[in-house]
Design a protein around this ligand. Structure first.
Ligand code: TNX
Length: 535
């Protein structure tokens, strides 16, 4: 009996070595049995390991029931990338890989939850929704050796740890924000960003599309926004814009991965790029703009904030807002439009916010704004995004938590990092500080981490600010508080480094983590990059 369990441990250890390429760091006397299992982030809500493995056979069948076809395509792609041959067929539990969509599971698992069982008979993925099935596959993906991300798997037999998982998220809003206005990030980068978000079950991508320095979305009724306003950027940053076609392509790509895009038009402040193209929107004598910063039509490439605003007493302002929001609503698939609303003083500010809210609702969307908007009596559906916690709110609306001291990833990973913001927290934001997020406000629907780009001008730098801190965001947003434990998370993260490396993510090798061996791919890309599962 003892001998048998010793053999089993050696077997599992070997599997582990193979899977994580990390034998060198394992000393036989200090083996932590917990680490014999794949390191899953975010940690599932309920998870029970069996100390056994399922050896994937040479011939496999993926069997899906009604509604499970898309999930079957994702799974097939995953297995193909591991050199595992499989036939895909419809039916009920007719394979060794079975996908079951069962809407009645929604009552227990919600909109995004799933069950994943790996037993000696094979793999079962169940959910009430397609999103849940996709997440079951994202969890399963982390059972495979990291080389799967970059075609680095040999044809050796794969063993999967046996497990029983029942999982669902703590919060519905698990977001990231990219400021494409100060410096532009193109469709290709944004798709890679979406790929990476999907692996960690992040589901909201907020694009800060406009600011003083640039306007990044094509609005056909206002052609100068692209002809003129998109040309600028912060000094050293990139200019450009997304065409409506590209915006649609990004949304479709993201939606396949259960990610909704939230476009932000930042108003009534942070609006100089638009005013430079349409100077007729200014008040008399340009009294709405600080002349020391810019005089239209000169572009602005500095970093200061709070010096430009719409002319709020000018009726043309509201026509402009209505036309822009109308067109943006038409091309936006998600239910939300972000109207900004930050860092501005004006006697008509509250009136503007209420009007902008009603314009957004007129186009059948839900408005989101930075926390200052809650000084105004916005509608009940409005969502406030908290960033400094200083606003005296007159309404009780839902909240997205982005408090700058925990979530502003334009701040450094470590003290003294170069090209980072320091205004909210001088020494940067550690992974542990992100992980220690505690929420007691029942109005909070989730969290979102922004990267502002005054100082982030390359894909490499954007990767460095987001990763690995976004893995901590993913876990605090998904895993119930009672299951969170930083030292356990840090161990799991140490084993994810190799995967991020194979995915070509230029992540910051934070000294808080004892990284295992890390393989680095030159190019960004992973097992599901550019893959479409079809309808
Ligand atoms: C504050 S917080 C801003 C942005 C800046 C950022 C720099 C908020 C809603 N606005 O305009 O880019 O700080 O960290």
């Amino acid at each position: 009996m003892l001998l048998k369990s010793f053999k089993l441990s050696v077997f599992l250890l070997l599997c582990f070595c193979f899977m994580f390429n990390s034998c060198k760091s394992i000393k036989s006397t200090t083996v932590n049995t917990q680490l014999l299992h794949p390191a899953i982030i975010p940690l599932p809500a309920k998870l029970l390991w069996e100390n056994k493995a399922y050896k994937v056979p040479k011939a496999n069948t993926i069997c899906f029931n009604d509604g499970g076809k898309v999930a079957a395509s994702w799974l097939h792609k995953l297995l193909q990338s591991a050199n595992i041959a499989a036939t895909v067929t419809s039916g009920n539990n007719c394979g060794n890989w079975n996908i079951t969509l069962n809407p009645s599971l929604k009552s227990s698992l919600g909109e995004e939850g799933y069950n994943l069982e790996i037993t000696e008979n094979g793999i079962q993925l169940n959910s009430g929704t397609k999103a849940g099935l996709l997440y079951a596959i994202q969890t399963l993906r982390q059972f495979f050796p990291a080389g799967i991300e970059n075609q680095q798997l040999s044809s050796e037999q794969i063993s999967l740890a046996q497990v029983s998982i029942s999982d669902k998220p703590e919060y519905s809003w698990r977001g990231t924000m990219v400021d494409v206005a100060r410096s532009f990030f193109d469709l290709k980068y944004l798709k890679h960003h979406v790929d990476r978000m999907a692996l960690y079950k992040l589901n909201r991508l907020h694009l800060h599309l406009t600011d003083d320095q640039g306007w990044r979305i094509e609005i056909k009724s206002k052609p100068k926004l692209t002809q003129v306003s998109s040309r600028g950027s912060v000094t050293g940053g990139r200019s450009g814009y997304l065409t409506q076609e590209e915006y649609k392509e990004l949304q479709d790509y993201a939606l396949e991965r259960n990610i909704i895009i939230i476009p932000e038009i930042d108003m009534p402040g942070h609006i100089y790029a638009a005013l430079a193209a349409y100077p007729e929107l200014n008040c008399e004598n340009n009294s709405n703009i600080n002349p020391k910063k810019a005089t239209p039509p000169e572009p602005y490439s500095g970093e200061e904030v709070g010096w430009s605003k719409f002319c709020l007493k000018n009726p043309a302002t509201y026509d402009f807002v209505s036309e822009v929001i109308g067109e943006l609503s038409e091309i936006t698939k998600g239910p939300w439009i972000h109207i900004g609303g930050d860092e501005i003083e004006d006697p008509l500010y509250k009136t503007f916010v209420v009007k902008a809210d009603s314009i957004v609702r007129h186009y059948n969307k839900i408005a989101i704004g930075w926390e200052e908007v809650t000084q105004a009596k916005v509608s009940d559906s409005f969502i406030s995004q908290q960033w400094n916690g200083k606003t005296e709110s007159v309404v009780d609306v839902k909240v997205i938590e982005s408090i700058c001291s925990q979530f502003y990833f334009d701040h450094g990973n470590t003290p003294g990092q170069k090209d980072v913001a320091t205004w909210c927290k001088k020494d940067g934001i550690t992974i542990k500080e992100v992980y220690n997020f505690l929420n007691t406000n029942p109005m909070v629907i989730g969290v979102e981490a922004p990267v502002w780009t005054e100082k982030v001008h390359s894909n490499q730098a954007m990767d460095d600010r987001f990763w690995p801190r976004l893995t901590a965001v993913a876990e605090i947003a998904w895993t119930p508080l009672s299951k969170r434990d930083f030292s356990d998370f840090a161990k799991r993260l140490s084993m994810q480094g190799n995967r991020l490396g194979y995915m070509g993510v230029n992540f910051f090798q934070n000294p808080e983590i004892e990284w295992n061996n890390i393989s680095k791919a030159e190019q960004a890309g992973d097992v599901f990059s550019n893959f479409s599962p079809g309808e």
